[in-house]
Ligand binder design. Structure first.
Ligand code: SAM
Length: 217
């Protein structure tokens, strides 16, 4: 059976949204989210940006009858700041002169018709993780790319992946010459495998899907 694909209008919203996820990885994320949704638990993303991948999680959550949550302080990662390679001047708040991707995210979600299926958690990932206490069907790590941020995301959110649930990590580049924003995501991917708590399910370009097969991180 071919993997489930989002409806054309969802794909069109995904393609129209600002963001960093190529279509092939998006489809792999969607498939993982649909599968994880069968556990009947929320799906959570770290790193909303303007909502490109959140569209796919939100649509999969709608299909599964669960909710998608997406965490971001909306001030951008290091490499998205002015002067850096991934900066988009349209994401700057003209009054404050700092990045604010929340308005673009809200427009993305509204246009995709997914406001009832995605909850935005606005703040720093470790602070939100600290007060989080609900098992999750899927955790998608696509936040900051420093070791400090990637490890904090792993330590803060991986413990909440339920038995049989999925941990998805973006921007996993085993070869240093292939990456542009650091290999921290690759290092947390290795850490998850080395923990013995997660087993690899699939690899699609830089997207890795792991399943929790025993307790721990
Ligand atoms: C690579 S972008 C996410 C891309 C998005 N998933 C997409 O599909 O377009 C990373 C995002 O993580 C956010 N971020 C980085 N460090 C964070 C932290 N410690 N807490 C919350 N958000 C953070 C940034 O603000 C940025 O929007």
């Amino acid at each position: 059976m071919p993997p489930a694909a989002p409806k054309p209008e969802i794909l069109a919203s995904f393609e129209a949204a600002k963001g960093f996820m190529p279509l092939g990885e998006g489809l792999a994320l969607y498939e993982a989210a649909l599968e994880a949704g069968r556990l009947g638990l929320p799906l959570l993303e770290v790193g909303t940006y303007c909502g490109r991948s959140a569209i796919l999680l939100g649509d999969a959550a709608r299909e599964a009858g669960v909710v998608a949550l997406t965490v971001d302080h909306h001030r951008g990662s290091e490499e998205q700041q002015p002067g850096w390679e991934y900066h988009d001047p349209e994401t700057v708040d003209a009054e404050l002169g700092v990045m604010d991707t929340l308005p673009a995210f809200r427009r993305t979600l509204y246009r995709a018709g997914l406001e009832d299926h995605v909850v935005a958690l606005v703040g720093r990932s470790p602070q939100i993780a600290l007060v989080w206490n609900t098992p999750l069907g899927l955790v998608f790590v696509d936040g900051g790319h420093t070791d400090e941020h990637a490890n904090a995301d792993y330590e803060g959110w991986a413990p909440h992946v339920a038995e049989g649930g999925l941990l998805v990590i973006h921007d996993v580049f085993p070869e240093p010459e292939d990456e542009f924003t650091g290999q921290a995501p690759y290092r947390i991917y290795l850490r998850a495998l080395a923990s013995g708590a997660f087993t690899e399910v699939s690899a699609t370009d830089s997207l890795r899907v792991l399943r929790r097969t025993r307790a721990g991180i």
